[in-house]
Design a protein. Structure first.
Length: 558
C-alpha cells in the first residue's frame, strides 16, 4: 500500500520505475501520453534505484523505466560512435551493427518518445547505412550503376539524411558525423570515382542538347520544378503523395553537365528546343537560341513559355487547370547551401510543403503534375574534401566545377557543356571540391548529383483512361504495321507477338520505341505469317506489358 502523504513522492516514483506489478497500469497510463506528465521523469531521476541494477547492460527491459539508465546508455553509445574515427570502414560497419543489436531496443522505450534517445534513433539509420555501403557502386557499366543506385544505392544517401535529422545539438552531431564519415565517405568517394572512370572511357548518359528527347505533354498538364530534388528526396516525396492516394509514375533521368541550376533547369522545360549556349559563357547560363539573350533573371524563359502556350505560375497566381503551366516551388538547393548538414532537419518540412502544393494543383483541375528537377547534390557533415585548382587557370571556379581559361595548362579532365560542346569545363575528382568548407555542394559527376527522378503524378480518384497509353489506330501496309498511341507513352516500345506475355514469341524484325507523336512502325520478318492472328503489345522500360490489341498480320482478312 502506498500513502503519498506518509511515503512521499519519491517513494512513489521509485515504485513506478521498479516494475512492481501493481504499478504497471500507472506506468502504462504515463506511456500513453508521456508529454502530458512532464514532472514524472524528474521525480524518477531524484529517486534511488535498487542496488541490484547494473547500468552497463544495454537494451535491458528491466531497467527501461529509469531515465538515468537510458542517459547512461546514450553516453556509452556516444563514446562508441566517436571511437569509429580513423578505423577501417569495414571495421566501423561491424561496430555499428553490433551497437544496433545492443541499443535498438531502446527506441521502443518511453524515453525515445520524449526525445532522450536521439542517438539510438540515429543508430537505426546508421545501421542501414552500414549494410548499404558494404559494397561500393564500382563495377559494371553505366546501366549497372544506374540499376544499382536506383534499387539500393540511394538508400545510403537517405540514411545519412535520416541519421543527421536526430542531431538536436552539437553533442549529438559529433558521434553521428563521425560514424557517417567513417563508412559513407569512402563509399561515396569510390562510387563517384568509378562513375567518372566509366564516363571518361565512353560518354556521359545525360547526353547533350542535340539528342534531348522531348516528353509527350498532354492537355491540362502542370510541370512543377523543384530545385535540388535529389533521388532520395524524390523517393520520400513519392511516399508522401501515395499516402494521399496519388498515383505516381517514376522515370529515371540523368542531369545535364555540369550539374548546376543554370544548366539543368532549362533542360527540363517544355521550351528546351528553343534554348542554346554561347561560346563566351562564364556562368553556365544558356540563352534564347534565336536571339542570344541570356535566360538569367527569368524574363526570357517566361517569354519562351508564354509564346509556346505555357502559363508560368507563381504563389499568387490564380491556379486552375484550363491551360498547361510551369510552376517553380520548393527550393531544396537554396536550403542546402544555406544550412549545410542542417538541411536534414528541415527536409521533411520542405517535402511536406511540396506534397501540399501538388494536392492543391490537382484540386485546381490539373490532370497531371509532372515533377522535375535540375540536379542532385552531395552532403557530408564535416565538409567535403578539397583539392587544388589554381584560380589563375580558371575563368570561373565553383565548388565542384570550373571553366578553365583558354590555353591554360591543367591536368584536369575536361568535359563539354550540355548547351554548347565548344565550351569545356573541369570537374572535381571523386566527391571533392575546388573550395574548402563545403558540407553541401553540386556541379560535379557523381550518382548523387546526376541521377534524378521525374515524377508523373495523378489523382488517385481521377479516371485516368485519357492519360494511360491507348492504341487508337492500327494500319497495315503489307507486312509493315503502323500503330498510333494516345496518352502517356514515354519510353514505350512496340512489339507484335503470338503470345503477349512471351518476348521470345515476337514476330517482328526489330521492336521500336514510340516517337514523340505517339507513332511507331514495325515489320514482320516472315512472309508466311501473313493472315495469322497475333497481338500488338506496348512494353515499358522494365519489360512489363502495358497494353495490348489483337491484330491480323497484313490487315484484317476478307
Amino acid at each position: 500500500m502506498f500513502n503519498p502523504e506518509k511515503d512521499g513522492i519519491l517513494t512513489g516514483a521509485t515504485k513506478l520505475a521498479s516494475h512492481i506489478p501493481q504499478w504497471n497500469p500507472v506506468w502504462e497510463r504515463f506511456c500513453e501520453a508521456p508529454k502530458r506528465y512532464p514532472n514524472i521523469p524528474d521525480r524518477i531521476r531524484k529517486s534511488n534505484p535498487p542496488k541490484t541494477i547494473s547500468w552497463w547492460n544495454p537494451g535491458h527491459s528491466e531497467y527501461d523505466r529509469w531515465p538515468q539508465w537510458n542517459e547512461e546508455q546514450e553516453n556509452n553509445l556516444r563514446k562508441k560512435l566517436e571511437s569509429l574515427n580513423n578505423i577501417p570502414p569495414h571495421k566501423a560497419r561491424e561496430h555499428i551493427l553490433k551497437l544496433e543489436k545492443d541499443h535498438g531496443l531502446r527506441r521502443n522505450f518511453v524515453w525515445a518518445e520524449l526525445g532522450e534517445s536521439q542517438l539510438a534513433k540515429a543508430l537505426e539509420h546508421l545501421s542501414v547505412l552500414a549494410h548499404i555501403t558494404t559494397k561500393a557502386l564500382a563495377a559494371g557499366n553505366i546501366a549497372d550503376l544506374e540499376t544499382g543506385y536506383q534499387n539500393k544505392g540511394w538508400q545510403a544517401d537517405n540514411a545519412v539524411m535520416m541519421a543527421l535529422s536526430f542531431a538536436k545539438n552539437q553533442e549529438d552531431l559529433q558521434p553521428i558525423k563521425t560514424a557517417i564519415r567513417a563508412i559513407y565517405k569512402p563509399w561515396a568517394e569510390e562510387s563517384a570515382r568509378y562513375l567518372q572512370k566509366i564516363v571518361n572511357q565512353s560518354e556521359y548518359p545525360g547526353g547533350n542538347l542535340s539528342i534531348k528527347k522531348i516528353p509527350n505533354y498532354v492537355k491540362k498538364e502542370c510541370i512543377l520544378f523543384v530545385d535540388g530534388l535529389r533521388f532520395d528526396a524524390a523517393k520520400r516525396l513519392v511516399k508522401l503523395l501515395e499516402d494521399q492516394g496519388c498515383q505516381i509514375n517514376e522515370k529515371v533521368a540523368w542531369a545535364p553537365l555540369p550539374t548546376v541550376t543554370a544548366t539543368g533547369k532549362p533542360s527540363v522545360t517544355p521550351v528546351h528546343g528553343k534554348i542554346g549556349g554561347q561560346d563566351t559563357t562564364t556562368d553556365f547560363e544558356p540563352c534564347v537560341a534565336e536571339s542570344g539573350k541570356s535566360l538569367k533573371g527569368g524574363y526570357q524563359l517566361k517569354k519562351l513559355l508564354n509564346d509556346a502556350g505555357w502559363e508560368m505560375l507563381n504563389t499568387s497566381s490564380k491556379r486552375n487547370g484550363n491551360h498547361n503551366a510551369w510552376y517553380e516551388f520548393g527550393d531544396i538547393d537554396h536550403e542546402g547551401h544555406q544550412r549545410g548538414w542542417k538541411l536534414a532537419k528541415h527536409l521533411d518540412t520542405i517535402l511536406g510543403d511540396i506534397r501540399d502544393r501538388v494536392m492543391q494543383l490537382l484540386e485546381a483541375d490539373w490532370k497531371i503534375i509532372r515533377i522535375v528537377t535540375d540536379h542532385g547534390w552531395l552532403l557530408l557533415p564535416g565538409n567535403l574534401p578539397k583539392i587544388e585548382l589554381p584560380s589563375a587557370q580558371t575563368e570561373t571556379k565553383w565548388g565542384r566545377c570550373a571553366i578553365v581559361k583558354p590555353g591554360a595548362s591543367t591536368d584536369e579532365r575536361l568535359y563539354s557543356w550540355y548547351w554548347n560542346p565548344n565550351v569545356h569545363f573541369a570537374l572535381a575528382d571523386g566527391i571533392s571540391c575546388f573550395r574548402k568548407g563545403l558540407e553541401y555542394d553540386h556541379g560535379g559527376l557523381s550518382l548523387q548529383e546526376c541521377l534524378t527522378l521525374e515524377l508523373i503524378v495523378t489523382s488517385g480518384s481521377l479516371h485516368t483512361s485519357h492519360i494511360a497509353p491507348v492504341i487508337t489506330d492500327v494500319t497495315w501496309k503489307g507486312l509493315r504495321c503502323v500503330v498510333t498511341v494516345d496518352g502517356i507513352f514515354e519510353d514505350l516500345t512496340l512489339d507484335i507477338r503470338t503470345q503477349p506475355g512471351n518476348s521470345s514469341s515476337s514476330v517482328v524484325y526489330e521492336v521500336k520505341t514510340l516517337k514523340n507523336n505517339g507513332t511507331a512502325s514495325v515489320v514482320v520478318e516472315n512472309e508466311d505469317l501473313e493472315g495469322m492472328d497475333t497481338t500488338i503489345v506496348l512494353i515499358n522500360q522494365k519489360g512489363e506489358l502495358v497494353t495490348q490489341n489483337n491484330t491480323t498480320i497484313g490487315g484484317e482478312q476478307k
